[in-house]
Design a protein around this ligand. Sequence first.
Ligand code: KIV
Length: 266
Amino acid sequence: MPRITIQDFVRKKKDSRKITMLTAYDYPFGQIVDEAGIDCILVGDSLGMVVQGLENTLPVTMDEMIYHTRLVVRSARNALVIGDMPFMSYQASVEESVRNAGRFLKEAGAAAVKLEGGSEVADRIRAMSRSDIPVMAHIGLTPQSIHRMGGYKVQGRTEEEARRLMDEAHIAEDAGAFSLLMEAIPMDLAGRITEELAIPTIGIGAGPHCDGQVLVLHDVLGLFERFVPKFAKRYVNLREEALRAIVEFREEVEKGSFPSDRESFS
Ligand code: KIV
């Protein structure tokens, strides 16, 4: 199977075929996601919460993102890999944002970057796109704005907010974004944005009318206990499985039944 490209994203939208996307942060899980035939792997800054055990995504650094993106790029044979720009890697200036975005392609081997925001980062999206760095924009609930938003809340519920999000979506597209991620917004609004835009939309908590869907891998696999957002679906409880296996190992060592002759050399 050839590697998925951003052109395939656009083709899939035209052909009304859904785009699939999951996060991954390391080699073994990147391999599994890739082997499962998922179109796109996002190395999300959500790694701050699900891998590093942080309260939110704000402390995640560029160097950490580059490291994890490299691991995932090494694992993926077919999926398009997108690196997520962490907080303060693109906010300070256009020039710094382009340099940091470039690091994802140059040092980590990603094919594109994602950043949060619409109108306020339009100049960044434009500058990156002009430098041949494909950009996925991210609107709606943007976790890096947690302090301004006052928590992880559904966005776009009032007429005014919905109109603003529609404008943001158009601004991101006009600035050159190749795709738009929409998080935690009402499904009808997400449907309208999807209809109006030529670029593909990817939803997380944005209902079924988006061109594609993304979830955080640790939610899908039941590896993140702190909270499960309403929009996430847990397909398996790997934490429980892992705990059971590790407890069994401990008990066998304590009892002396591991290692047995089968695991020993004569
Ligand atoms: O960091 C992340 O994992 C995200 C999610 C929206 C998928 O941005």
